[in-house]
Design a protein around this ligand. Structure first.
Ligand code: C2E
Ligand code: CA
Ligand code: CA
Length: 717
């Protein structure tokens, strides 16, 4: 979780730095560039337009000035006017009609004046009306006094200021009269009032033309400084400028804005997409990492218990050994094997078995130190690595504690169960500094512990290794011998009728003459054959030999020992029947000796096998009776034909006090169930008579004969 947060924080920062910032910068630059371009374009267009408007207004003013003069000249060059003025008594109403009123009505000349030769005012009209006694305002008088008016010799028009007003002024000589040229002058004034400007605006196609005498003009409006021809400022003309740039902006503005918004949205969308896809990418990378970590965990841990598995323990062991070699430390390795685990599995089921393994894991981890490693390396096999051992006593006490802790009862789905544990331990550097070597030695010690009756621990000793090597050698040699049955033989020991006079049957016993070791006792090699599985072909061969013997000596019952390993192998019953059939022997002349062990391991299966064998005709004997832990009552529930009282009972006769009583009760029980009772290991006459007194049916022992080769047996019977 912390990892996720860290990563997404880093991810966010990276994303902002590598995607959002550059993108935002690109967008900003693009928009700014486009905006600036648009702005300059607009401004340029506006400025050009304004200049053009200015030129237009300039031209309009010039034109209207020229017009003004032309209008004036329409009178000054009109002969009747000069003639009229020349009259001593000019007709005032004529003048009104043809000058003042006409100019006003026709051309809006607001102020019309006629000046005499000496510049005195002769006539004055204002707005087409004659002004009585030719009164003019002082401003008008001041205008009249200007050089423009005074010194003008030719017709002229110009813009002037009359007081606060600006005006178009035209001065023309009334030249209709040839006799007195230049005597009268006509002056007309058109104020640059709204009316005038309106006309001008119509002509120049400008809007809201205004005149202002003020020099401080509103900045936003376009303006034009109107000046006289001498260059004297008259006033500002301002107008509402036509702004094609703004117009353009208004037209393309919304669409531009829309595209800006669109581009921004598309970019945002893209950023979002990139964000989610890279987030999911980073998340899947994270998940990949997590599942990698999980796989890593799985690769090094046992799924059921969560404990380190073999490869991890081996790794830890290697480390500990490397450390031990460098710093002179001691390392202990404990291999723990559960006793009777298979029984739990068979009795309570696999779930219970799993549960038990988990509980064992808990118990182990609670016992060891934090620096020790507890691992599970097989079905019911655990391992402990103690990386720093001070003394061997510490390891031994741990082993004892483990054995007692694991022997405590377990709660399995409501019922109580018990198991035991065997431990093999090896120490580095004493037993080696190599991991595999140490494992092998701990394994040998474990084997010894199990062999010595389980529920114990054994520390590795050199002799164990030697015995193991010997065993391995024996197994190899036995395998070799089995190829052609070299050195292998079946000998027969007679089973005597109770009087000891007659041979009832024989027990087939394996003999092995080893090429170097000489005679190897079955007590040694049978166990090895069982461990290696060689007992199966070996046992089958013995049965074949026994069949042959039973055919040759049909008066005898031939007993054959059956190993628990054989008995439990699948198809065992069928194999027995098959062999006997193929040898053409009669199963009723054959007796199979089984031991108590096979009856306990899987009672149901054992019972079925026994029944099947008996149905096939075989006789069944329960060998080594009384050595195991099962009660006689329990054993007697199996449908066998015979019980063979173990030789330890026979040999305790006369030694242990109640041995005769035990034998007697066994015999009574056997007889009550209709079984035959044989006693083995009879070596003395005393034993023979005691066994006869106890009611035994059959005797076997050195008193009568050891096991002998077939030829000797043949002679005997
Ligand atoms: P077992 O089945 O109890 O066989 C009887 C053993 O007691 C034999 O030892 C026999 O020689 C020995 N014995 C007989 N009478 C006396 C006596 O008066 N005193 C003493 N001390 N011992 C006596 P052996 O032949 O060494 O066999 C040992 C064990 O090896 C057998 O015990 C049997 O469990 C196993 N075995 C032998 N042959 C075979 C075989 O062919 N198949 C299998 N599966 N096991 C075999
Ligand atoms: Ca036997
Ligand atoms: Ca026996």
């Amino acid at each position: 979780m912390i990892n996720t947060i860290k990563l997404s924080d880093g991810f966010r920062r990276n994303f902002v730095r590598e995607v959002i910032l550059p993108l935002a910068a690109i967008l900003l630059l693009t928009f700014a560039g486009a905006g600036a371009g648009l702005f300059w374009g607009t401004r340029l267009t506006n400025n050009e337009a304004q200049e053009q408007q200015q030129r237009m207004i300039e031209a309009s003013f010039e034109q209207s000035l020229a017009e003004h003069l032309r209008q004036l000249r329409s009178l000054t060059r009109w002969a009747p006017l000069a003639s009229q003025l020349d009259l001593s008594q000019p007709d005032q109403s004529w003048l009104d009609e043809n000058v003042g009123s006409w100019l006003y009505e026709m051309f809006d000349h607001e102020l019309v004046l006629v000046l005499g030769r000496d510049n005195q005012l002769i006539e004055v009209w204002r707005n087409g009306q004659r002004v009585p006694d030719r009164h003019v305002e002082p401003q008008v008088q001041a205008m009249l006094d200007t050089t423009l008016v005074q010194a003008s010799t030719t017709d002229r028009a110009d813009f002037v200021r009359i007081g606060d007003h600006a005006a178009s002024l035209a001065v023309g000589e009334i030249s209709g009269n040839t006799r007195q040229p230049g005597r009268y002058r006509l002056i007309s004034v058109k104020y640059l009032d709204d009316h005038y400007l309106h006309g001008l605006a119509n002509r120049s196609q400008l809007r809201q033309l205004h005149f202002s005498g003020d020099t401080s003009l509103p900045n936003d409006k376009a303006h034009y400084l109107l000046s006289s021809q001498q260059g004297d400022p008259v006033g500002y003309i301002s107008w509402q400028p036509d702004r094609p740039g703004a117009q353009m902006l208004r037209t393309i503005g919304p669409s531009t804005l829309l595209s800006v918004v669109m581009i921004t949205l598309v970019c945002l969308f893209m950023v979002r997409r990139i964000w989610t896809s890279s987030l999911s990418l980073s998340q899947s990378l994270l998940k990949l990492g997590a599942s990698e970590a999980q796989a890593q965990h799985l690769a090094f841990h046992d799924v059921l218990t969560g404990l380190p598995n073999r490869s991890m323990v081996e790794d830890r062991l290697s480390q500990a050994l490397a450390f031990a070699a460098r710093y002179d430390h001691r390392v202990a390795l404990l291999l723990i094997d559960l006793d009777r685990f298979k029984t739990i599995n068979d009795t309570y089921g696999h779930h219970a078995g799993d549960d038990l393994i988990i509980q064992v894991g808990h118990r182990l981890t609670s016992i060891v130190r934090a620096s020790d490693t507890v691992g599970r390396i097989g079905g019911d096999e655990f391992i402990i690595v103690m990386p720093d051992v001070e003394n061997i006593g510490q390891v031994q006490s741990l082993a004892k504690r483990i054995i007692s802790a694991l022997s405590e009862p377990y709660q399995l789905f409501g019922s109580e169960a018990w198991i035991g544990a065997s431990i093999g331990l090896a120490l580095a550097p004493k037993d080696g500094l190599d991991r595999q070597e140490l494992m092998r030695k701990a394994d040998i010690a474990l084997y010894e512990a199990k062999n010595c009756g389980r529920g114990q621990f054994r520390q590795f000793e050199r002799v164990m290794d030697e015995s193991l090597r010997t065993r391995q050698q024996i197994a190899a040699d036995l395998r070799q011998a089995l190829l052609h049955f070299d050195g292998l033989a079946v000998w027969y020991q007679p089973l005597m009728e109770i009087s000891g006079q007659r041979v009832d049957g024989v027990e087939a016993l394996l003999r092995w003459q080893h090429p170097e070791r000489g005679e190897v006792p079955p007590g040694e090699f049978i166990a090895i054959a069982e461990e290696t599985g060689l007992i199966i072909p070996l046992g089958e061969w013995v049965l074949r030999e026994a069949c042959k013997t039973s055919l040759r000596l049909p008066q005898l019952i031939v007993a054959v020992n059956v190993s628990p390993v054989q008995f439990r192998a699948s198809g065992f019953v069928e194999r027995m029947i098959e062999i006997v059939q193929s040898e053409g022997a009669d199963p009723q002349r054959l007796e199979l000796e089984i031991t108590e062990g096979v009856l306990i391991e899987d009672e149901h299966e054992a019972r079925n096998n026994i029944i099947a064998l008996r149905n096939a005709g075989f006789r069944i004997a329960l060998d080594d009776f009384g050595t195991g832990y099962s009660s006689l009552n329990y054993l007697s529930t199996f449908p066998v034909d015979k019980i063979k009282i173990d030789r330890s009972f026979t040999q305790s006769l006369g030694v242990a006090q109640n041995s005769a009583a035990i034998i007697e009760s066994v015999v009574r029980l056997g007889h009550a169930m209709g079984l035959m009772v044989t006693a083995e290991g009879v070596e003395t006459e005393g034993q023979m008579s005691a066994l006869a007194d106890a009611g035994c049916n059959q005797l076997q022992g050195y008193l009568f004969s050891q096991a002998v080769p077939f030829e000797e047996l043949e002679r005997m019977v």
